[in-house]
Design a protein around this ligand. Sequence first.
Ligand SMILES: Cc1cc2nc3c(=O)[nH]c(=O)nc-3n(C[C@H](O)[C@H](O)[C@H](O)COP(=O)(O)OP(=O)(O)OC[C@H]3O[C@@H](n4cnc5c(N)ncnc54)[C@H](O)[C@@H]3O)c2cc1C
Length: 484
Amino acid sequence: MDAVDVLIAGAGPTGLTLACDLARQGVACRIVDQSAGPGGGGRGFSLKPRSLAAFDDLGLAAAVTTAGSVERRTRFHQGTRRLFQLDTPPAPVTGTEPYPNVVALPQWRTEELLRDRLAELGGKVEFGRRVTGVAGGEVTLADGERVRARFVVGADGGRSTVRRLLDVPFTGRTDQDTRAMISDVRLTGLDPAGGVSMWLSADRGVAVARPVADTGVWQVVTSLGPHLAGDQETLQRLLVERSGLPGLRITEVLWHSVWRYNVRIAERFRVGPVFLAGDAAHVHSPFGGHGMNTGIQDAYNLGWKLGMVIRGLLPERVLESYEAERMPVARAILADSDQRMSGMMRWRFARPLAGPLLKRGFARQQRVTRRDHPVYPAGPLIGDGGGQPAPDGSLPTGARLFDLFRGSHFTVLGPGAVPGLDPDLVHVHRVGGDFRVVRPDGYLALTARTPGPVRDYFDRLTVARSVPVSLLQGRIRGGSTLAE
Ligand SMILES: Cc1cc2nc3c(=O)[nH]c(=O)nc-3n(C[C@H](O)[C@H](O)[C@H](O)COP(=O)(O)OP(=O)(O)OC[C@H]3O[C@@H](n4cnc5c(N)ncnc54)[C@H](O)[C@@H]3O)c2cc1C
């Protein structure tokens, strides 16, 4: 039986982010996916600033921002009548905020870039490999192969096999009557320069057409209600009816899916050595653009913890913080997206006069979405003054903070030395002001006037380190990847 440190089930954005994070730490990891090969549609389109900061750390932010675009314009219509146009100039990049905007990139492209990065780090997705059994750390694949993994991560989407095998309830509700068609298409009759078009209509539902920059492809979403067929003829008909544009013609459907409204959360994110992440742990409405971003953040929260435990730098109990930190975030996101969804259902019935109100509401939502990041509460990994993402900045030496943070290690910034810290675990840099401890996922863990609390923080964290199985097996390539 093959043995591995981590087996990841599912190579969507969640599984791929985790695989990149583990691969850069030299952790022996396999990532399997039941699909025959890469595919899937646009789906998750918005990469938020926190996801971009994670990608910066993982070494793919430049590729993502180059491939993506910042959406500047959305036009809202009530039937054929234009209600208003929302222009959103991109926020300026600053020294403390290198990623101030939401980047639009179809999910298939984000996944492609993640796979490219994984390949650079020496990893590879095993397509056509379905997980059918999980018993503790023993995983069975559909072809009968059995793999022993120290840790298993179910990143296998909303219908997660891993979650079902663990018998973890997926609590919430499914509304069979609230459905939508999501398609990637080529079309004629709309100008991509007009940006995103949204048609809201009292009796005929909602339609959205969003151009994918520089591709000639559009993502089209149409609400369906309980009775309409989810086929391509219906898609064409609804688009023309709702837009009032008889010349709007779909010339090619590249990908097509029907979505049902689900708001659900797994009652546990961890059972022994098995973790759930991304849609396998929580699903909700697409409003707020949370889904893919939350999965990326789940993976980024779990990646350094698993890696440091496997590398023997932290004790296994650190892994308890994954559910403690991520479950409240998921609950808050479920509530937020549910609220936005209800708001959307109300706006469908808006009268033209409600235009200014709608415009204010959408503009506010866009601002909130840009600034959207979870705050972690005090706990073993978050001390006084911590819990927020640490901003970027530059030091008098010219060094950029995000460059100092890059890699799976803690960073201490402070006016003096902190004796006794393990250099594989913590990188220390002399900077004026208070001592600040930054976690490997870029969250501020602690601020302190003196080095004492910093020392105490790491003493508490590292007490009773576990035996590094991978080191015993001789499979760790090395520690941090930070090059200073
Ligand atoms: C219309 C729409 C718009 C959206 N817009 C946004 C947005 O703007 N921003 C955003 O952040 N999110 C958005 N989302 C949500 C986003 O698409 C999902 O949240 C995201 O795909 C979740 O990623 P994941 O990796 O957790 O799961 P998935 O992407 O579902 O990936 C799971 C993978 O696991 C594989 N798998 C399943 N079972 C097994 C098994 N037994 N063994 C091996 N492999 C398996 C699957 O083949 C799949 O590749 C949107 C979703 C929809 C439907």
